[in-house]
Design a protein around this ligand. Structure first.
Ligand SMILES: [Cu+2]
Length: 249
């Protein structure tokens, strides 16, 4: 009887021990976030050479503004490219898949006062002159090999370029995670990043085909964007912002 009881206690302890070790370290990969910011370029950016010729990261953002999905509104007054449908799938190292429907929309803006620069050349460093940098964050993504696919580019657009956030805008190791990127499929090794988030700036170029979607880009922001881009030539040190653009193929 005592012996049986002891065996029972031992088995119980063993079970607890097992469950504790499974909880603590039992093979669950650490997780992180994949953040995606979507940019749509105008017609004059036909290929990666046109895009690279824009020079700086900021000029690329100004020329190819952020677009957000219908119903997702960036901060008021920040220059963007309007609403348009698009989607991505993300498959993590544990085989879980996510789409932007699982993502949290993060409205955000970057203003002249953040950059401490008169971007539009009106003689003021204004808190009201801003670009939209809203993006989508998918969390709980198991670290390791992560494959991001642009399952639905904006109508009339195709995958164009992938950029990582320049160090000057925030220290990061995001670019170290890149394994490959072509035709809208991006492969990362997120263990190469030492914080919890890899931010992808995905730029689309217009396809040669006429857009089949109604409306397309509701881009009423062409004028302010052009104005801001002009002022950019006055920025010192922007050329030092390192960017990485990848050929589509
Ligand atoms: Cu971006």
């Amino acid at each position: 009887m005592v012996r049986r009881l002891l065996a029972l206690v031992a088995a119980f302890a063993l079970a607890i021990g097992f469950s504790v070790s499974a909880f603590a370290g039992g093979g669950q990969a650490p997780t992180g976030n994949i953040a995606i910011m979507k940019h749509a370029c105008p017609e004059n950016i036909k290929n990666i050479d046109d895009f690279n010729a824009l020079g700086s990261f900021l000029n690329q953002v100004l020329t190819c503004p952020v677009v957000t999905r219908p119903g997702d509104n960036g901060p008021a007054g920040a220059v963007n490219g309007g609403h348009v449908d698009f989607n991505f799938t993300v498959m993590d190292s544990a085989g879980h898949t996510y789409t932007l429907d699982d993502a949290k929309f993060m409205p955000a803006k970057l203003c002249e006062t953040d950059l401490k620069t008169d971007v539009n050349g009106d003689g003021k460093v204004s808190a009201d002159t801003c670009v939209d940098i809203s993006h989508y964050v998918i969390s709980g993504v198991a670290k390791g090999k992560v494959t991001i696919t642009e399952s639905q580019p904006p109508a009339g657009h195709m995958f164009g370029a992938l950029l990582f956030t320049p160090q000057a805008l925030g220290a990061n190791q995001d670019a170290n995670t890149l394994v490959s990127a072509s035709n809208g499929t991006i492969v990362l090794d997120t263990t190469k990043d030492n914080d919890d988030t890899v931010m992808l700036h995905v730029y689309n170029f217009k396809t040669g085909m006429p857009s089949t979607g109604a409306g397309g880009m509701a881009n009423n922001s062409n004028l302010p964007v052009a104005g801001m881009a002009l002022g950019l030539s006055m920025l010192v040190g922007l050329g030092a912002l390192g960017t990485l653009a990848l050929r589509r193929r």
